[in-house]
Design a protein. Structure first.
Length: 303
């Protein structure tokens, strides 16, 4: 039996938790997938899966085997991608994870332009504000915003990300324009659930950290767009990246306040696994992404 097909079958069964689903995914028969897995178990001399009538589960040996098989198959993909360089054409499917709001506002045009230059590369874009496990979940690359901590992944800086405090003209007329972060009203904070206020020791970040802990009668949400809409409606003030609030500021729906207390910018990063050989599709995309937004992104033109 072909060893690559055998490993692909085992890895697919482990991910799908079912021989039937794995067979559907691979476009083959249930019997053949089962035969592949049994053959791999015989070769290794260990049981990789515990089978029940409803589902299959990895044994301890199976969990270890998954890591080795995934690494081997990725190495083969890297080799195939590297060989693709001889044809000077990136090809294959590129799996990308990206933050929801940034992707919906600013990623569609990038992918369109990239596809025009690289028609043989397929894009599977998954939007999630959760910090995905790039390797474990099978992504080629993830876009992340913040001050990244050290890890085994490679992080390529793509663009600066500024954070500004905004409020609607109506809100400021009713409650006044604060001249210092200490004058902010804690219960009027429209708080982003995933905000890490410890990333900066600026007076503004410290005030927001206190407000988020002290007051539970405000609005908290894990989506920046909803918070911005609430701010436009005069519900309070919002502290969000410029790539989210720029349109509202341009239209006069929001005013930037406390400009002199703006913290140091964060950044948008492309994060991907450390490999000796990077598939052509990934290296071409990273290069394209690195030059696309520039040091002064278009969404910062208004500020």
């Amino acid at each position: 039996m072909d060893r690559i097909d055998t490993m692909k079958a085992f890895l697919t069964v482990s991910r799908e938790g079912s021989f039937t689903k794995a067979a559907e995914k691979l476009g083959t028969s249930n019997q053949l997938v089962s035969k592949y897995v049994s053959h791999l178990e015989e070769q290794l001399g260990v049981r990789l899966l515990n089978r029940t009538t409803r589902k299959v589960h990895l044994t301890e040996a199976g969990e270890r085997c998954v890591q080795h098989v995934q690494h081997i198959l990725e190495s083969i993909q890297d080799m195939e991608g590297s060989m693709g360089q001889l044809k000077n054409e990136a090809q294959g499917l590129l799996r990308i994870s990206a933050p929801v709001t940034f992707a919906t506002k600013h990623l569609a045009s990038l992918i369109r332009d990239f596809k025009q230059l690289n028609p043989a590369v397929g894009i599977d874009l998954q939007l999630n504000d959760r910090k995905v496990d790039v390797v474990e979940e099978g992504f080629d690359l993830a876009l992340r915003i913040g001050q990244l901590k050290s890890s085994s992944l490679i992080a390529k800086r793509v663009a600066p990300v500024r954070l500004v405090m905004c409020a609607s003209p109506d809100y400021l007329e009713r409650h006044g324009t604060p001249e210092h972060p200490e004058q902010l009203i804690p219960e009027h904070l429209l708080s982003y659930s995933y905000m890490d206020y410890s990333q900066s020791e600026s007076p503004l970040m410290n005030a927001l950290k206190r407000s988020s802990k002290e007051e539970s009668s405000g609005i908290s949400c894990n989506n920046g767009d909803i918070l911005v809409e609430s701010a436009i409606a005069g519900e309070g003030y919002v502290f969000q990246p410029t790539f989210i609030v720029s349109d509202a500021v341009k239209k006069g729906q929001l005013n930037v306040i406390l400009k002199e207390f703006e913290p140091e910018p964060m950044a948008l990063y492309a994060v991907y696994p450390h490999r000796k050989l990077i598939a052509t599709k990934l290296s071409v995309f990273i290069e394209f992404l690195s030059d696309y937004y520039g040091d002064l992104p278009y969404w910062d033109d208004v500020f």
